[in-house]
Design a protein around this ligand. Sequence first.
Ligand code: NAD
Length: 355
Amino acid sequence: MLSFVYQSLPGRVVFGEGALAKLLEEVERLGAKRALVLSTPPQRGDADKVSAMLGARSAGVYAQAVMHVPIETARAAVAEAKRLGADCAVTIGGGSTTGLGKAIALESSIPIVAIPTTYAGSEMTPIYGVTEAGLKKTGRDPRVLPRTVIYDPLLTLGLPAQLTATSGMNAIAHAVEGLYAQDANPITSLMAEEGIRALAMGLPRAVVKPDDVAARADCLYGAWLCGAVLGAVGMALHHKLCHTLGGSFNLPHAETHTIVLPHAVAYNRAAAPEAMARVQRALAAGDAATALYDLAARLGAPMALQQIGMRADDLERAADTATRSPYPNPRPIERAAIRQLLEDAFHGRRPRPFQ
Ligand code: NAD
């Protein structure tokens, strides 16, 4: 029988080609007078443009965001926001930049206007992460959920093909796990299926023709939906594996998600038939695990953990860490099967089709 709890998250989304032009209006809407613009060093040019658009409402640019939000970077950004008297953070970039905005919001409670330029989805979640002494601490806090998100596909035309592929698969992973989450509900499942469908439509076109605005819009629309799923329900084995591999072995975020996803799905498929049926419908395919593997391969993504810096010697330790304090998962966590899963992902083997 149908039984669920659904908790919606607040937030305003402004989506469309050229939506960035609404930025000043959106910042004014929040009543902010001094917005600090954040980016990574390579996206400084975009941040400067955004700052110019804000005119007198810009407090300046802080272009020091880096992967995994090191505590030192977070502290320096908080101090800069305080020094400049910022009453709002505008983030332009991927999950690393959004993450830095969240670190500031956690300390100061100022609102975030997020302008995502990848498909990671952090802008739709109240989840933050800060890395201290090599350990990433994550938590949930409503203060870090961006108040306004501006999605403009024109800002993603320069996303390199490889990051397009892996970031898109990262987004799909949120939706897949959202479908078999312990706290899944009818609304997030609708969003998850539609998100996967939109990304599967958009990604192959965006990889071949990065300036295809319609394809980019499909991808960003899918990323929004998948990010909203990530923000609303709990994640399972796949995300636990990726956190383990990223945290303990410093493997790159989006690539790790891309490689692990088909194997995590193969592990769970017999235990989550309804979720698999929805993934298959979204991908117009007969088996979710092989279809996800084939999609990633078609996008030209890396397919094996050994390609992205994992060492064979570390597989045992990875299996130990991944099976310790597991997240809720449709299939119980069995160490031998997880060790095999990691081995398959290490070599980039295509999952066997489901019998
Ligand atoms: P990223 O933000 O680290 O970006 C990777 C690189 O791509 C950066 O150099 C960035 O400047 C560049 N880039 C971004 N957009 C670009 C564009 N349109 N054109 C050209 N270059 C561009 O990568 P990511 O995958 O978006 O984010 C990963 C991080 O986000 C991880 O630390 C992950 O843990 C975190 N994350 C957090 C959540 C959450 O809910 N808290 C969700 C997803 C990801």
